[in-house]
Design a protein around this ligand. Structure first.
Ligand SMILES: Cc1[nH+]cc(COP(=O)(O)O)c(CN[C@@H](CCC(=O)O)C(=O)O)c1O
Length: 307
């Protein structure tokens, strides 16, 4: 169960967690046209708290809304300020932040008519997305029987609620079959991403990730590409196949919730030495140092706040 916080920011007001309710005929509940974000705040090395790439996440929320055709009734800065306010009122020195923009109740039927656009921001403590052991030892992954969306069927650059039915189908199938996560292929059969993460592979010290075709433009993905290049690694964005993943030296998933999670096995094939690889370990360590304010070079990615 998610660990409740005291308040949720809802349409411009802070309401008690249990009072943040909607009508059962809320349009997005039925038809899935809503957008959301996943953002993390961390306790930093200097004891302060900071949100990682807050503005970038909020800009993506507005981009997602634009793609789906939803007009958010607040400005980017108002949402940025509301996120900080919600963390502070809940006394969260670190935690997960979930802004949600959805179409409220009014008319029913596919066309949302003039139903109100509603905005909520929830925050809660959230540890390792796939478990502490996963960060250390890596996870077991199965290629899903479900393809990632066709890029003209669902809008994959949008973090849209309805897109996640595809993720749920794949995740439940993988977990039911005894794996930790699903690897999803695009409609051409190339590797796409996981149900809530982007993917990287490492071969002969070259780091490779999928281009932004069928995948969510991950902020963790972009951050890791910058950090890896600054460390002198060659980083390429190139379509690759599942069998290229099988013979990679290393592989890992990344995302706000998943952070940097090593992959030790795919489709019952050991990846590399079947544990967190050296490059993955280095990037994971540097990523955690960056998000916790330990690397001055990336201080521009942190929004500090005081509890
Ligand atoms: C499909 C998908 N692909 C890639 C990413 C990585 O994006 P970014 O967080 O900007 O690096 C995420 C984030 N998944 C969010 C939701 C997870 C959930 O279970 O809910 C997250 O990581 O917060 C995705 O949902």
């Amino acid at each position: 169960m998610v660990q409740k916080a005291e308040k949720i920011w809802f349409d411009g007001k802070l309401v008690n967690w249990d009072d943040a309710q909607v009508h059962v005929l809320t349009h997005t509940l039925h038809y899935g046209a809503g957008v959301f974000e996943g953002i993390r705040a961390y306790c930093c090395v200097d004891g302060k708290s900071a949100v990682f790439r807050l503005k970038d996440h909020v800009v993506r929320l507005f981009d997602s809304a634009k793609i789906i055709g939803i007009k958010i009734p607040f400005t980017i800065d108002e949402i940025v300020d509301a996120i900080i306010e919600t963390l502070k009122v809940n006394g969260l020195k670190e935690g997960y932040i979930r802004p949600l923009v959805f179409i409220g109740d009014g008319v029913m039927g596919v066309h949302p008519g003039s139903n109100p656009i509603r905005v909520a921001i929830a925050t809660w403590p959230w540890g390792a997305y796939l478990g502490e052991e996963a960060l250390e030892k890596g996870i077991r992954v199965k290629t899903s029987s479900f393809n990632r969306h066709h890029v003209n069927a669902m809008m994959t650059k949008a973090k849209a609620c309805g897109n996640y039915v595809n993720s749920i189908l794949a995740k439940v199938e993988a977990v039911t079959d005894g794996y930790d996560e699903a690897l999803m292929l695009d409609t051409q059969g190339f590797v796409s991403e996981a149900t809530g993460e982007n993917i990287f592979i490492v071969k002969d010290n070259i780091i490779k990730t999928t281009p932004l075709t069928s995948v969510l433009p991950g902020i963790t993905r972009a951050s890791l590409m910058k950090v890896a290049r600054d460390l002198g690694y060659e980083v390429v964005e190139q379509l690759f196949t599942r069998d290229e993943l099988y013979i990679a030296d290393e592989a890992f998933f990344c995302g706000t919730a998943a952070e940097v999670t090593p992959i030790r096995e795919v489709d019952n094939r050991i990846i590399g030495e079947g544990k967190c690889g050296l490059v993955t370990k280095k990037l994971q360590k540097d990523y955690f140092n960056v998000v916790k304010g330990g690397n001055e070079k990336y201080s521009g990615w942190l929004d500090y706040y005081e509890i």
